[in-house]
Design a protein around this ligand. Structure first.
Ligand code: FES
Ligand code: MG
Length: 576
């Protein structure tokens, strides 16, 4: 049990509590920003790491929310300091926000380390912001609480409900097939994201915030509240109040996060029918906390976990419906003994105590384990000669005839090659072919973008084909659909076997056996490997060089090696 903090044992005391020349600077500069000693002396100083910017469309309400967080901090006797951090705007940033997740994680950690901070509120929600903020906060291990952005309202188009991502792909396919007009398409554009908040399907954002709540890092029930709902404002204020007490209680991420809490988070991601991106991010967060979460563990948990949430892309509803149906707390109650309620949360209580009494108000949105949408195997981890380090697929969100399938590979050497040729009328491809994209992984793309839902060739779309087996070392948007084998490890750019596949090779996907193989002999693979040439690195200067030198593969969560807790710089190891 940790002992309660006193004003003298606060971390910020080293800046403000000592009488020296440096502390004169700290006091005079705090006066410069308008605060008298009586505003902050002896109080917990709370950094609010805010990922707001004009281009962070999902966080457009954070300018107001941060005021509500501050209100809570003041009320509880703390001293708030807002600290902006790099914006990762999923829909806007090229080549992918994933390239910058670790940069935001580093920035979070270093802001907390270098300033007089006793505890922090992490404001995020759009895809990579959530894991990045949490990763940084775990490494610094000061009392931390996550303030989730909340989902946007349901989309609306000509009386139809629109879901982020899922309906983009759907109507894009309809536009390409000539079934809707350009005018219709622009109506979809204006109706699909009509309020602040993150994507409201069970995509990466909703999956990640929900898993972070299950991990115990948000107020109970916080992540289901739609961003524009006034209850979201209440939650923001309560979050600000709670962090002040957490500082006095000295309740830190590493007091909360255990192997059991990560198992609960994996179970949650799977039970929600969540995004495959959660795999990479949960592994990265777990490793920061010293928990060795593996792909094998995901597969084990997936084999027993039903999908009981009826949300797109697996099901029918959206996050707003989930909230009205009881939200994550009700979902966790429904998961019953699949969730171990003995873990701790930011409330200071156990998860079981936090969710006690939560009820389901709509059984068609939150199902039961008996009426589950998918009984098990919402996710499958594959191995084989194409992916010795593992690959993943979401069997629940694909056409079921592909569960066991052999087809002829049609290989694209990179994204530009695919963009240039996929719709060519003379491309030799049919509905049984297996589309392969190389060079789309952490180093190859770079940044492992969400290219994994490879496009169906236009001529096949016109024939009514809506799904095919597709393979890449990329990730896939959590709102995507299809028989897409993702996260192939090791990636092709560093010489993984995916680099050696050629058009015409037969590839077999067998989900029951958890296999992905090319029907090419070991001798032939060895010959191709000998002839393989290492491609030119994608960056020659700047942050990109740091990224390429240190990013790990997908099975390790794509974190930088030097950010792992037990990292020792090889150049610093003595020889005597
Ligand atoms: Fe921000 Fe989807 S674009 S969560
Ligand atoms: Mg996304």
């Amino acid at each position: 049990m940790t002992t309660r903090k006193t004003p003298e044992t606060l971390r910020s005391h080293k800046w403000y509590g000592v009488k020296d020349l440096r502390s004169f600077g700290h006091h005079s500069r705090t006066a410069q920003i308008g605060y008298h000693r009586s505003d902050y002396m002896g109080k917990p100083i709370i950094a609010i790491i805010n990922t707001w910017s004009d281009i962070a469309s999902c966080h457009s309400h954070f300018k107001q929310r941060v005021e509500e967080v501050k209100r809570g901090i003041w009320q509880a006797g703390g001293f708030p300091l807002e600290m902006p951090a790099i914006t990762l705007s999923e829909a806007m940033q090229k080549p992918t926000t994933m390239l910058y997740r670790n940069l935001l994680a580093m920035e979070t950690e270093e802001l907390l380390r270098s300033y007089p901070v006793d505890g922090c509120v992490l404001m995020g929600g759009c895809d990579k912001t959530t894991p990045a903020l949490i990763m940084g906060a775990i490494s610094m291990n000061l009392p931390s609480i996550f303030m989730p952005a909340g989902p946007m309202l349901r989309g609306d188009y000509k009386g139809k409900v629109l879901g982020s991502g899922s309906d983009t792909w759907k109507y894009w396919a309809e536009l390409r097939a000539g079934n809707i007009t350009e005018e219709d398409w622009q109506d979809v554009e204006n109706g699909i994201a009509r309020s602040p908040g993150h994507c409201m399907t069970m995509g990466t954002a909703s999956t990640l915030t929900a898993t972070v709540e299950t991990l115990g890092l948000t107020l109970s029930g916080a992540t289901s509240i739609p961003a524009p709902d006034s209850r979201h404002q209440h939650m923001a204020t309560l979050t600000g109040k709670r962090i002040v007490d957490m500082v006095w209680e000295d309740l830190k991420p590493l007091d909360i996060l255990t192997a059991t809490s990560f198992d609960n988070a994996v179970t949650t991601a799977l039970g929600l029918g969540g995004s495959t991106n959660a795999i990479v991010h949960l592994i990265a967060m777990a490793r920061r906390a010293g928990v060795d979460l593996t792909l094998a563990r995901f597969d084990e948990i997936a084999r027993r976990t039903p999908v009981i949430l009826n949300l797109r892309p697996t099901g029918k509803y959206l996050m707003e419906d989930f909230y009205y149906a009881g939200g994550l707390r009700a979902f966790l109650v429904r998961m019953g003994d699949m969730i171990d309620g003995s873990t701790r949360t930011v409330s200071g209580r156990t998860l079981a105590e936090d969710i006690a009494g939560a009820e389901v108000y709509n059984d068609d949105v939150i199902l039961t384990r008996e009426t589950a949408l998918v009984a098990k195997d919402g996710l499958a981890v594959l191995h084989g000669n194409l992916a010795p380090g593992g690959a993943v697929i979401k069997p629940a969100a694909m056409e079921q005839q592909f569960r066991k399938h052999t087809g002829r590979a049609v290989v694209f050497k990179d994204y530009n090659d695919m963009a240039a040729r996929i719709d060519a009328p003379d491309l030799d491809i049919d509905k049984d072919s297996v589309i392969v994209l190389q060079s789309a992984g952490p180093q190859g793309a770079p940044g492992m973008p969400e290219w994994g839902q490879l496009p169906i060739p236009q001529k096949l779309l016109k024939e009514g084909v809506r799904d095919m087996v597709r393979i890449s070392d990329a990730r896939m948007s959590g709102t995507s659909y299809g028989a897409c084998v993702l996260h192939v490890t090791p990636e092709s750019h560093i010489g993984g076997p995916l680099a050696l596949v050629r058009t015409g090779d037969l590839i077999t996907l067998d989900i029951e056996a958890r296999r992905i193989d090319m029907q090419v002999s070991d001798e032939e693979i060895a010959q191709r490997r000998a002839a393989w040439k290492k491609p030119i690195p994608k960056f020659s200067r700047g942050y990109g060089v740091l990224y390429l030198k240190h990013v790990q593969q997908a099975d390790k969560g794509c974190d930088f090696d030097f950010l792992e807790p037990d990292y020792v710089d090889p150049s610093e190891v003595g020889t005597d």
